[in-house]
Design a binder for this molecule. Structure first.
Ligand code: K7E
Ligand code: CUA
Length: 653
């Protein structure tokens, strides 16, 4: 019966959603653009946008960089997926970044970028982003706009409640969406309940270089930990996580994990966790995970294998974790700029539930509990509940905040953004999205100081919005002006992959720090060549190392002989240019890898294994000068048993 009732609710929600979409598209196919919308997003040629937006690629595994308000795409930063355009994951230098305990993984699912903070404000140094499928977190350096570190998260699966930073970037957190046996073992799936665990991870950040180190984990009950946000201001020192499947179902979750009227927001006191760690209240557990770090001076990444992790058990650490009852399979878990309000968006509820941090502290002091789950106290709902936004829409997912005490919630099913007031919970405005919005983003929205101005809705479905492109169509983002009482739709643009969260920041906070080139004298790559005098080709057995340089518009050397079938030929190429925006590329016929795209002052390597006798060309792939088409060379490949000596030349020298 219960199930039937649930299924009919779902069908009804689906029907309403369809209705809303139809209504939306009838209302106005342009999305009711106000007449001066074009002015507000038009950036004249040669002028800069005022914001950067870092938009996750979801199943593309990457992070794309857009300008706002124009919606212009500047760069796709490869993070968890290989990218042949840039040689990422193909060249020898970046391959180790994709190492995991499962081997080298060429793809990932990236969801939540978050920019580092100082005193609760964005400082624009690094972006952290999670990988959901093979649990990892990456650090992107915002002086390079490149991935410089990826750490694997052990004992977890579906790293979704991740990767948000605390207000002084003390920690970046990770959390498991799927509970699993910890440590992994062979056991019946039907024994899930009580035996599977959900592990939350705290990565300590080095304030100098942003480097992550897995400091400790917390062993939680076997729920699904969906989203998370840090406390700030008064609630700094806490982290909040939505949970669903508190039923601990292991099959047909769409029904079986939707039975409980309320799931929980888990409140974790990480300052208390630090005390317990100091007191030695942890267990050291054997593990094995990859920690991959890119060294900027060596232009090369290296993998460290870590063998241990410290785990805290809430049962032995009183005061570490509390549960706040929250209806109904909540997804988003968002904290307002003051740190007082914790917003839980029940996917299957029409209301948005808001908890109060100060009430939570009082309830803890008064031991105002309604029960416990696996020894973790459940706080009384009425004792922590601040208020609810009533009947605000269907399928609330995520909430962001402006700098005027307003909140903005995305509603997936009813396809809209809803603006409401913190404290009074009244709805102020609603605007349709086209269609089925997931996350939304306000620059600085996850900080003490949001910049307001714009909200960016990221939509899952575009259907009739663009020219059709076969069965697969683009996802989209929509930009709203939020400076007035009512939101104003300004712009609609396609995204790369499926965007989940995005992070926005005023351009002024990072643009002057953006690096222009690598100084050649600081290049400590093992195979770097600092001038054309030092180029050479060496042989060790059947490995041949070519120390090659590029400068407009030639390779040095450009003719090489004495290579044999069965050799393993390493092209180590140093770009000697010391000018901004002069990369050179290189591609070798028949190489089973991508091109290299080498920035000024940088060294990169690919491997070519010649299989056929002959004379084979290589060339520059980046149109670097008027004589780019002249930038080429030949390699002579002789039979395996040939005694032709290794030689190389440029212009016969
Ligand atoms: Cu809602 Cu992965 Cu943050 Cu997508 S998640 S929408
Ligand atoms: Cu170098 Cu084209």
């Amino acid at each position: 019966m219960k199930n039937l009732k649930f299924i009919s609710t779902i069908i009804l929600l689906g029907f309403l959603a369809l209705n809303c979409e139809l209504k939306n598209s009838k209302e106005s196919n342009s999305g009711a653009l106000s007449s001066n919308a074009a002015d507000k997003v038009y950036i004249p040629p040669g002028k800069y946008d005022s914001f950067y937006a870092f938009i996750s690629g979801g199943f593309s595994g990457q992070l794309s960089v857009y300008g706002l308000p124009s919606g212009r795409l500047f760069k796709i930063i490869p993070v968890f997926s290989v990218d042949a355009e840039k040689g990422y994951g193909f060249n020898e230098e970046t391959k180790p970044l994709l190492n995991t305990s499962f081997g080298q993984i060429p793809w990932g699912d990236s969801h939540h970028p978050d920019i580092s903070q100082t005193n609760g404000e964005l400082d624009g140094r690094w972006v952290y982003i999670n990988e959901n499928n093979t649990p990892r977190i990456a650090k992107v350096d915002l002086s390079l706009f490149e991935t410089t570190e990826i750490i694997e998260i052990p004992n977890t699966a579906g790293n979704h409640s991740s990767s948000y930073v605390t207000e002084n970037t003390e920690y970046v957190i990770a959390g498991t969406r799927f509970s699993i046996p910890v440590p992994q073992k062979d056991m019946p799936i039907e024994d899930y309940k009580g035996n599977f665990k959900g592990v939350l991870s705290f990565l300590k950040i080095n304030p100098e270089d942003g480097q992550m180190n897995l400091s400790f984990q917390i062993m939680m009950p076997g729920f699904n930990y969906d989203k998370a946000h840090p406390g700030r201001g008064a609630s700094h020192g806490w982290f909040f996580y939505t949970t669903y499947n508190t039923e601990e179902a292991n099959s047909l979750l769409e029904v079986n994990a939707s039975q409980n009227d309320k799931d929980f927001i888990a409140a974790v006191n990480w300052k208390k966790a630090e005390e317990y760690i100091k007191k030695g209240k942890f267990k050291t557990v054997a593990t094995n995970y990859a920690h991959n770090i890119y060294n900027e001076s060596e232009h090369t990444a290296k993998t460290n294998w870590v063998k241990e992790v410290r785990i805290l058990d809430p049962l032995e650490c009183p005061g570490l974790v509390y549960f706040l009852p929250t209806p109904k399979s909540p997804h988003g878990c968002d904290v307002d700029p003051s740190g007082e309000y914790i917003v839980g968006s029940g996917k299957l509820s029409a209301d948005v539930t808001v908890h109060s941090f100060s009430k939570m502290i009082k309830a803890i002091e008064e031991k105002n509990f309604s029960g416990e789950a696996y020894g973790i106290p459940i706080l009384n709902f009425d004792a922590v509940h601040a208020g609810s936004v009533k009947q605000a829409g269907l399928g609330p997912l995520h909430t962001e905040f402006d700098n005027n005490g307003n909140a903005y919630t995305s509603f997936f099913i009813s396809s809209e953004l809803v603006k409401w007031k913190l404290g009074t919970w009244e709805v102020i405005d609603r605007k349709p999205t086209f269609y089925s919005v997931g996350h939304l983003m306000i620059p600085g929205g996850n900080s003490r100081k949001p910049f307001g101005k714009y909200a960016l809705a990221m939509n899952k479905i575009t259907k009739d919005r663009y020219l059709p492109t076969g069965p697969e169509v683009t996802q989209s983002a929509q930009l709203y002006d939020i400076t007035g009482e009512k939101m104003d739709l300004l712009l609609d643009f396609p995204t790369v992959g499926e965007p989940h969260y995005a992070a926005g920041i005023p351009a002024d906070l990072i643009k002057s720090k953006s690096k222009k080139l690598f100084k050649i004298e600081e290049n400590n790559h093992k195979y770097a060549v600092h001038s054309n005098e030092d180029v050479k080709v060496t042989r060790e057995g059947n490995s041949v190392h070519i120390y090659m340089t590029t400068i407009r518009s030639h390779f040095s050397p450009d003719n090489i002989e004495g290579i044999k079938v069965g050799d393993k030929v390493y092209f180590h190429i140093t770009n000697l240019e010391q000018d901004y925006d002069v990369p050179h590329g290189v591609a070798m016929i028949g190489a089973n890898t991508s091109e290299l795209l080498i920035m000024p002052g940088q060294t990169e390597t690919f491997i070519w294994e010649p299989k056929q006798v002959g004379v084979w060309p290589f060339y520059c792939t980046d149109f670097c000068s008027a004589l780019h088409q002249e930038m080429q060379g030949y390699i002579r490949v002789s039979p395996k048993n040939s005694d032709i000596k290794l030689s190389w030349s440029l212009d016969g020298e």
